[in-house]
Design a protein around this ligand. Structure first.
Ligand code: F7E
Length: 339
């Protein structure tokens, strides 16, 4: 019999790649989306007709019970979230409702309707926040630094608690930053590759960024959704760190993106005064704007994926340079075709 999977947040970056993977594996795929005045299949628009979209909301338990009944899911992947860290200071309560209590809603819907259904929770390296050790692994103590990180930590623990309380097969993937051509434009990597493409094509003059020194462990989303699936195929449920084991600063990412477009940058100044010029003509192309600084920052993330590699046989396939070059190429093509 065909396995059935329900993906919440199916119109996001990870949701769309995961849906593609599960379709390849022969699953019947259901995707939960929120009702808006304009229908929004987002990154999964190309999957209309291939997967079944259901309307629902993480803050509405009844809609999740309904989704469980209709999908008869064997596996639920909870990817729905208010996922932008900066917004979590502007909407801390909505972030908690969706990213924290929403997880309990989903777990309750599973427990009531199909308790044997396997559950994946999208946990995050943001839970490490002010890091207590380097690199971070499954045993590193948490210290979240944003309302987003705090809400996600609740989601992480409630998943573990339902596993221990009710014997449910419930896993958390502690995923470090993962990007792609489908990443939202508000996240720093896509903001950079989109701006670099526009600057290259003469459609933008300047890229303004916040903290250039923040360091992240950046992998490609397509590799990371494979890890989600693997976590639900084991004999026992467990939690895993998914990361590349490499860390780079925002400045490093900027350099990589412009280099992919044959633009060499020269950096000047520090902190709020930092800027970068085009080595070829001296024009300022990148500069710091303190308005993008965060009230509390996560300065350094570096994950250790040893457990996932040993137990799941997971290995990332897309290198950092390959990821940047794919993102830059996709943005260049898209911007070129814009009217
Ligand atoms: O910021 C710095 C910013 O917004 C990365 C989400 O998927 O990954 C993501 O969270 C860093 C931060 O991602 C700008 O201060 C500098 O230090 O791309 P981001 P994030 O906050 O790391 C984790 C794992 C998640 O779980 C989240 O859902 O870049 N930065 N200048 C900037 N960031 C943005 N967005 N814009 C700037 O202009």
């Amino acid at each position: 019999m065909k396995k059935s999977a329900l993906i919440t947040g199916v119109n996001g970056q990870d949701g769309s790649y995961l849906a593609e993977l599960l379709l390849e594996k022969g699953y019947k795929v259901y995707g939960l989306i929120r009702r808006k005045s304009v229908v929004d299949y987002g990154n999964s628009t190309h999957l209309v007709g291939k997967i079944e979209f259901l309307y629902g909301d993480m803050t509405d338990l009844t809609s999740l019970i309904r989704a469980m009944k209709i999908s008869e899911a064997d596996e639920v992947y909870n990817l729905a979230a208010q996922s932008f860290v900066a917004t979590s200071w502007e909407q801390p309560v909505a972030t908690a409702d969706i990213d924290a209590v929403g997880v309990t809603n989903m777990l309750e819907a599973i427990r009531v309707v199909r308790p044997a259904c396997r559950f994946y929770q999208a946990s995050t390296s943001e839970m490490f926040g002010l890091v207590q050790e380097v690199p971070q692994s499954e045993s590193t103590p948490f210290y979240p630094r944003s309302p987003y990180g705090v809400a996600k930590l609740y989601g992480h623990w409630i998943t573990k608690n339902y596993r221990e309380s009710f014997g449910m097969y419930a896993c958390s993937g502690i995923l470090f930053n993962h990007e792609s051509e489908r990443r939202g434009l508000e996240f720093v990597t896509r903001k950079i590759t989109d701006a670099a493409a526009r600057i290259k094509l003469g459609k933008q003059d300047l890229l303004e960024l916040g903290n250039m020194d923040a360091k992240r462990d950046w992998g490609h989303s397509k590799d990371y959704v494979r890890a989600m699936w693997l976590m639900l195929q084991q004999d026992e449920a467990d939690d895993y760190v998914i990361a590349t084991g490499e860390t780079r600063s925002v400045r490093d990412f900027v350099n990589a993106a412009f280099t992919a477009l044959d633009i060499e940058l020269e950096w000047h100044g520090t902190g709020a005064e930092e800027y970068a010029t085009n080595k070829a003509d001296g024009k300022t192309l990148v500069k710091v704007n303190p308005k993008f600084f965060r009230p509390a920052e996560v300065e350094l993330l570096l994950g250790n994926p040893a457990k996932a590699e040993a137990k799941l046989g997971w290995k990332r396939e897309i290198s950092f340079d390959e990821m940047v070059s794919r993102m830059v190429k996709a943005d260049l093509e898209r911007v070129q075709n814009e009217r």
